[in-house]
Ligand binder design. Structure first.
Ligand code: AMP
Ligand code: MG
Length: 412
């Protein structure tokens, strides 16, 4: 059986990068930059005040304090958004607002709290401070590399891009991912559920995972466990960039998904079937209609875990993302874990901080049919193939899948 890394490498070989497109900045959140961003301007564009106060000549203000106040003549007020009209000469000051350009002649600011206006004059109780001047180009200069290609755009990058005046951003296209669930027992949410049926949860979970990683899901509904229905329903995937099929990939009498790779693989066929992970062993991957296609195990937890480990990284590679893997930290394991040797385990878990350290505890029953192991889970504990027992108190590798909170005293 392949290791997870070997499987990932075989998958990456089949992934070509999506093309680029321009999107309005207001729609760029979550997208991945397809070109590096170089500043076209200096920011700030001029020396300006970091404080509401007075622009002064520093040497004019030497020795000023509450005990020994000094007076200067105020020659103008400079609001943000105006250009100064007058030059500061010895004995004068201009009232200035935060962000307003520094007037000629001034080389320091006195903050408003250290002053008191008296008619056309101002009494000052502190020396002028050059640190309250924000210098031209201090944040960025024309020609500086600001953001690398492959960066995911967060709200912070949106603000940075706006500060550069960019209203359109070049990003990688979102991959279109067809999702087909298989199983005679499945009932869609809009249908009345028969006594022999369960709801199709995989299609919805996988659609959400696709959206979260930047893709566009194309739901293809449910295929019956027949070769012909599987093939017919899959035809609708021919426009997609990637295909996910859930269920029917194991060794049951009605598990036909593996045959789809040979029938529709256009010679590419199935690259592998089965990997050394739990949950998720029966994962299949190959080409269908020439497109990278995953046969995900039907068990609901297995489908989602194999997505996180083997589909998510590929969709990120396709989008040119710099970071393709889940972030990993080391944490103290809070309970003993036992497993069989042979496969790598991905244990749904709660990662939290206690006493300044990362701690992690499984979220209960780890059966691959029990989706409730994801309730309160924000991490996977990764237990290597060869391990059979990991004792509480050991350090373990943990992949982060959600926000980390402080310990709230909840039992894991
Ligand atoms: P399979 O891989 O088709 O043998 O399915 C394994 C288990 O997962 C069975 O108990 C199925 O009923 C269940 N299952 C398969 N597909 C889905 C789905 N789309 N939604 C919920 N459960 C599923
Ligand atoms: Mg099935």
């Amino acid at each position: 059986m392949l290791s997870v890394e070997e499987a990932q490498e075989k998958i990456f070989l089949q992934i070509s990068p999506m093309g680029a497109e321009k999107v309005p900045l207001s729609s760029a959140l979550g997208r991945i930059l397809s070109e590096e961003i170089v500043s076209s301007l200096d920011h700030p564009p001029w020396d300006n005040s970091a404080m509401d106060g007075y622009a002064v000549i520093a040497s004019d203000t030497r020795g000023a304090s509450h005990a020994t106040p000094l007076r200067l003549t105020v020659i103008e007020t400079i609001p943000a958004g105006a250009l100064p009209q007058k030059k500061i000469i010895p004995g004068t000051a201009s009232k200035i607002m935060t962000g307003a350009p520094l007037p000629a002649g001034a080389d320091a600011i006195i903050k408003a709290e250290d002053t008191h206006p008296i008619g056309q004059e101002v009494e000052i109780y502190a020396e002028g401070d050059a640190d309250f001047i924000r210098r031209r180009g201090e944040v960025m200069q024309k020609g500086n590399l600001i953001l690398k290609k492959g960066v995911r755009i967060r709200p912070y990058e949106v603000a940075i891009l706006a500060s550069l005046g960019l209203s359109e951003i070049a990003v990688f296209k979102r991959p279109q991912v067809a999702i087909l669930s298989t199983g005679n027992e499945l009932c869609d949410l809009c249908e009345p559920k028969g006594p022999h049926q369960i709801y199709n949860s995989n299609s919805y979970g996988l659609m959400a995972q696709v959206v979260e990683v930047g893709g566009i899901p194309i739901p293809l509904g449910i295929a019956k466990d027949t070769r012909s229905d599987l093939i017919t329903k899959l035809e609708a995937a021919s426009e997609a960039d990637f295909i996910l099929i859930s269920g029917g990939v194991s060794v049951g009498d009605y598990d036909f998904v593996k045959e789809v790779f040979s029938e529709k693989g256009k010679g590419g066929g199935m690259a592998f079937w089965r990997i050394a992970m739990k949950p998720g062993k029966p994962l299949a991957f190959g080409l269908v209609f020439g497109k990278p296609t995953w046969g995900l195990p039907g068990n609901p937890v297995s489908a989602m875990v194999t997505f996180d480990q083997c589909v998510r990284p590929a969709l990120l590679v396709a989008q040119g993302a710099l970071n393709r893997f889940l972030p990993v930290v080391q944490a103290e394991l809070m309970e003993n874990i036992q497993k069989e040797a042979g496969r790598r385990h991905y244990i749904r878990a709660r990662l939290y901080i206690q006493g300044g350290r990362y701690c992690v505890a499984p979220t209960g029953d780890q059966d691959s049919a029990n989706l409730l192991s994801f309730v309160e889970a924000n991490a996977y504990i990764v237990i290597p193939e060869g391990e059979v027992q990991v004792k509480a108190g050991s350090q373990v590798n943990v992949q982060i899948i959600g926000a980390i909170g402080q310990d709230q005293g909840l039992s894991p």
